[in-house]
Write a protein that binds this ligand. Structure first.
Ligand code: GAL
Length: 666
């Protein structure tokens, strides 16, 4: 009997244990928990949405990501085996791409790929993970520098010893929103830029931004000749021919009272005297942008009340022009007419009427092109048609141009400074022939230390880095990486650490809530304000949640960004994961950001495992570090409350990845 039953028992045991064990594919997990250096991680596709492919080998399953990328998996000792093929995705255009894959478990490197370059064959991982509590799947740039690139975990799967739900495996980061900004009062209050520049003879538009109960009437005393104010909507329009500095008193009035504030209108050569504030289509819609979405954004800018806080620009990014290399009938056509003037694609049937619509709301319209033959997304750009393009922008009523290097790589002889500067100077020259103030935004990702010469080639702002994405590693690297660029920021000339990644973002038709936690979003907006950065909202404005709206409508935070002195904050302290940044303000007070960045200066792959999040840090601000001695007053800017008088030092508790934003006066 025994002999008969033993094999039966053994096979029954095998059936039961194999039914309990489970295979979990990496592409089944919630990838929003993955930290990624650029773009969004994709299940079964590369980071750019192509079929996964390494060294010519195609894969059906897996995850496409971009270095630096981390994914923490909580195995809880239930893991048995991990396997995957890894390598640089073949879609990468960067021939010198070199990255390294690691599997880190229980603070030890369990497997590492060694440096992998573009076109290398996939490397196979087969790893026993019995007893491991947590593993991190990590891709870094290799030690030889900055060649972070498209990285794939193909056919990646975990064998578990017992069934576990994929959601239990992923360390979701808390994004619980908490609102700090108090609601504006019903009393009228004028917000927005206190100084505004215009060139003599060019069309003028400044909309008085004011919160408070409607109906509200507006007035402006001492307007220079040529300007009038529409008392019903606060739009100041006209042209001023005589150069000079004009001090105007703005008035906003409702049934509860009246608010007055001075506006300095500077008629001269400089525009963008405060960092541009507005919206740009790229971080939400990318190439899915169209006329209707742009109008909806303008509508939402007004209906959400953003306009009452100084938000002004509605900027169309790439994909409004003609694309010849496509089967999409909406995009195809002749890029230019017989005289070389640019055509729009069918998504933008009438640019002039779109611009009239945006202007009628007191807002301004921006557009996008590049110095090469094609834009980054492969649409017609301005190479050898700069004069026609600038003229057409003027005729359409465009107020802002983002000019993106991209395919100029094929034209430039090399990356020497004269070659980097040349195309930007050419478009500057073309814009100067147009009787319209067009803010000029240089986009070439910081090449040749553009901050040192962006002003010289006539830029009003210049991107200092590659594209931002909605992860802590991307946002914090870009934002805190602005340290040292402060000498180059001033009225009319701004460093641009890229657009805001709050709200519903997505780079295409599918949007998702920003993957930054609430603390990280407070850090993002505080830092961009301290940096006097252009503020371009990158989310779907028609779907603003309360948290995001409050983040974007704190007038005391915006005032720091828009301060007329135009100084960019300096980092005065950087130790043990704590940073202090200070920005001088026009009234002699200082805006101070105390950030608990955490120990993100990761030195070895095992350090990436330090997921341990000390929830708070106490950061001390010595008055002497601000050049103050004796007593000083501290205001909490996000909560808009005075914290009192302090002597010598102020201590504050700051959450991990969060900030205390203060305004400090003598
Ligand atoms: C990138 C640029 C992005 C966006 C995109 C459009 O080069 O950095 O901000 O404009 O091109 O294709």
């Amino acid at each position: 009997m025994k002999q008969l039953f033993l094999p039966l028992i053994i096979s029954l045991f095998c059936v039961i244990s194999s039914s309990l064990s489970q295979t979990i594919w990496l592409d089944e997990l919630d990838l929003s928990a993955m930290e990624i250096g650029w773009g969004s991680p994709n299940a079964k596709k590369s980071v750019d949405g192509n079929p996964l492919s390494i060294g010519g080998q195609k894969f059906e399953r897996g995850v496409g990501t971009h270095a630096v990328s981390t994914l923490l998996l909580k195995l809880d000792g239930k893991g048995k085996h991990f396997s995957a093929f890894v390598g640089v995705d073949d879609e990468t255009e960067n021939e010198i791409a070199s990255i390294e894959f690691f599997v880190v478990g229980n603070k030890r490197v369990l497997w590492q790929s060694g440096v992998m370059k573009a076109k290398d064959s996939a490397k196979y991982i087969s790893l026993d993970i019995i007893g491991i509590k947590q593993i991190v799947l990590l891709v870094t740039g290799s030690d030889d520098g900055i060649n972070y690139d498209h990285a794939d975990w193909c056919d990646a799967k975990l064998e578990m010893t017992e069934p576990i739900s994929p959601t239990q495996l992923v360390e979701k980061r808390s994004v619980e929103p908490y609102i700090l900004t108090p609601q504006p009062s019903d009393m009228p209050k004028i917000n927005g830029a206190k100084v505004f520049g215009v060139r003599p003879g060019n069309p003028f538009l400044y909309t008085v931004a004011a919160t408070g109960k409607r109906p509200m009437t507006f007035d402006a005393i001492n307007l220079p000749n040529g300007l009038t104010i529409d008392k019903a909507n606060g739009q100041i329009t006209g042209t001023v021919n005589v150069k000079g500095e004009y001090k105007v008193t703005l008035i906003a009035q409702n049934e509860l009272g009246k608010s007055e504030r001075e506006l300095r209108i500077s008629v001269g050569e400089k525009i963008a005297l405060t960092p541009p504030m507005g919206w740009n289509s790229w971080n939400c819609w990318a190439c899915a942008v169209d006329d209707e979405k742009v109008r909806a954004s303008a509508d939402a800018m007004v209906s959400s009340g953003l306009v009452n806080h100084g938000w002004t620009y509605i900027n169309i990014d790439d994909c409004w022009e003609i694309k010849t290399e496509t089967d999409d009938a909406m995009l195809k056509g002749e890029p230019r007419d017989g005289r070389g003037f640019i055509n729009t694609n069918k998504k933008f049937p009438d640019m002039k009427s779109l611009s009239d619509y945006v202007h009628s709301k007191g807002l301004k319209l921006g557009i996008y092109s590049g110095p090469g033959p094609l834009t980054c997304a492969g649409f017609a750009a301005s190479y050898e048609y700069e004069l026609q393009d600038a003229q057409r922008y003027g005729e359409w009523g465009i107020d802002y141009l983002k000019y993106d290097w991209c395919s100029y790589s094929q034209i430039a002889k090399d990356r020497s400074l004269p070659e980097l500067k040349k195309p930007y100077a050419v478009m500057r020259n073309a814009l100067d022939k147009v009787p319209r103030d067009i803010v000029y935004s240089l986009c070439q990702y910081g090449m040749g230390d553009v901050w040192e010469w962006g002003e010289e080639v006539g830029g009003n702002l210049w991107r200092t880095t590659g594209d931002i994405t909605d992860t802590w590693s991307s946002m914090s690297k870009i934002g805190f990486g602005e340290a040292g660029h402060e000498p180059f920021a001033k009225p009319g000339s701004w460093n641009d650490p890229d657009m805001l990644v709050v709200g519903q973002v997505g780079w295409g038709p599918q949007l998702h809530p920003s993957r930054l936690t609430s603390d990280e979003q407070y850090t993002h907006i505080s830092l961009w304000s301290l940096l006097a950065s252009p503020l371009l909202i990158g989310c779907d404005l028609s779907r603003l949640d309360d948290f995001t709206l409050n983040l974007l409508t704190n007038d005391e935070v915006i005032e720091i960004n828009q301060d007329p002195l135009g100084k960019q904050a300096s980092r005065i302290f950087n130790q043990n994961g704590n940073q202090i940044w200070v920005k001088e303000l026009e009234d002699g007070s200082k805006a101070v950001g105390l950030f608990y960045v955490g120990d993100d200066e990761k030195k070895t792959p095992a350090d990436y495992f330090e997921w341990e999040r000390k929830s708070k840090a106490t950061i001390s601000l010595p008055a002497s570090s601000l050049g103050f001695n004796g007593r000083f007053t501290v205001r909490d800017v996000w909560r808009q409350i005075d914290l009192g008088m302090f002597e010598e030092q102020f201590d504050v508790e700051v959450p991990w990845h969060g900030v205390a934003l203060l305004r400090i006066s003598k």
